[in-house]
Design a protein around this ligand. Sequence first.
Ligand code: ME8
Length: 511
Amino acid sequence: MSFYVTTPIYYVNAAPHLGHAYSTIACDVMARHMRQRGEDVFFLTGTDEHGEPVALAAEREGVTPQELVDRNAPRFRDLMPQLNVSNDFFIRTTDPEHQAKVQEVLARIRDNGHVYEGVYEGWYCPRCADFKTDAEAGEDNTCPIHRTPLVREKEDNYFFRLSAFQDDLLRLFDEQPDFVMPRHRYNEARAFIESGLQDVSLSRSTFTWGVPVPWDSSHVFYVWFDALLNYYSALSYARPGEDLTDRFWPAQYHVIGKDILKFHTVFWPAMLLAAGLALPEHVFVHGFLLMSSGPSKAGGEGPELVKMSKSMGNVLDPFAIIDEFGADALRYYCMRDVSFGQDGEVSTARFAVLYESELANDFGNLASRTIAMVHRYRGGTVPSGEPDRTLAPEIDALVGEVCALLDRADLTGALEAIWLRVRRLNRYVEEQAPWVLAKDEARADELDRVLVSLAEGLRVLAVVLHPWIPASSEKLLATLGAPELDLDGARLTAGRLGAVDKLEPLFPKPK
Ligand code: ME8
């Protein structure tokens, strides 16, 4: 089966921050997990490079928009290996192939009768690149997300007949109740549709930085229509000489933050219907990472790390964490401390607590102790006997639970299920007290059973945890001499392990 997952494509006029890392890590967990299930996976991320904000930023800096995006896009591209993210392609909306596809699809939408020429007059937020309806315009005509003044725009535009899709969209929401996840976001999107859809601008004519409208050279496409199509266009040119569209379209999951819900759950399916293209299975809308102190953050922004007061010690800088603790620690923390789908507060203090109590103590120590005991009591070779029958049902059930949870994109719930087993194995060590068994030759079989159970349990955990903490998992599996990652093998097995290496602490104390 194919599995196609996408992140939003990020604006290049600001630097990458924790919010961008968050969505990307979440998609990476899903992609890596599905690869472990043997699925044919394609994972896409990239940058959104057109539109007014980029044109204005370039003007301010005295460079061309192309120069600006060429300077900034690599910062996002370089973020991926830093996060140990396994994306299959990185799309830039300035790629000529993308632009040609945008023109092709939007011309088709026009040929299908869903585009007309008109005059737009209304409110616009340059930071959202969003035309706000009167109902959306906040008090005193400010942007409800950014709380900055909206601009009154009047310009000749081509319009997309969004209003004509109201009934089709409601039918989609009826027939596919998990089209938008989680449920409260489904309700929000549905309420927006039910409140009545207005047609939206498809093109802009007051600036030129965008994909040219093929039937009218004085217009460029409105940046959102250009950006959304990245999910479709990428498949046609990600692999030179090969078109992956039939293999991966439509996506199983578009993962987005709640700030861009309207575009993905209303505009996007309407556009696809208008173009006669298949609709994605799910749009998963996650919440915001919030920081408790410092200046309050407007809802549409990532945590404004730079603006926060370092003296308050609450700046969660992803790059500083990666430098000091490695990408796994950041990946784990983001997926663990904020329930995926909800808003949640993050802080350096909570990071430190979870790093020490869960990664270093619960998991790291379990690994160190187990490997050390295999060396101390059995010369570095895991005994070949059967693992403990009292442990097997609980450990062997894990992989099924994790698969079921990830089928619903419950990335936090799956970590919780895994951690119950980490704790179970730690209790097992205490209950069995191998150091006592080791003193009694007559109990050598019992000690063998405990050691093989622990080593195998650890192997199972490392396999299942791989999507969240890939580097540590691979290190541990290499130590155990069992590098295979497929989930079919994530069950306690006799005779699977043999000689093991020494293991440096997986999550060392901070310097
Ligand atoms: O909106 N917490 O780009 P963008 C969690 N180019 N996630 C956050 C976050 C936070 N505090 N802040 C940002 C755009 N994000 C458009 C998208 S898609 C066709 C075009 C994440 O650079 C979250 O995924 O503003 C949010 O939706 C996205 O970054 C916005 O990134």
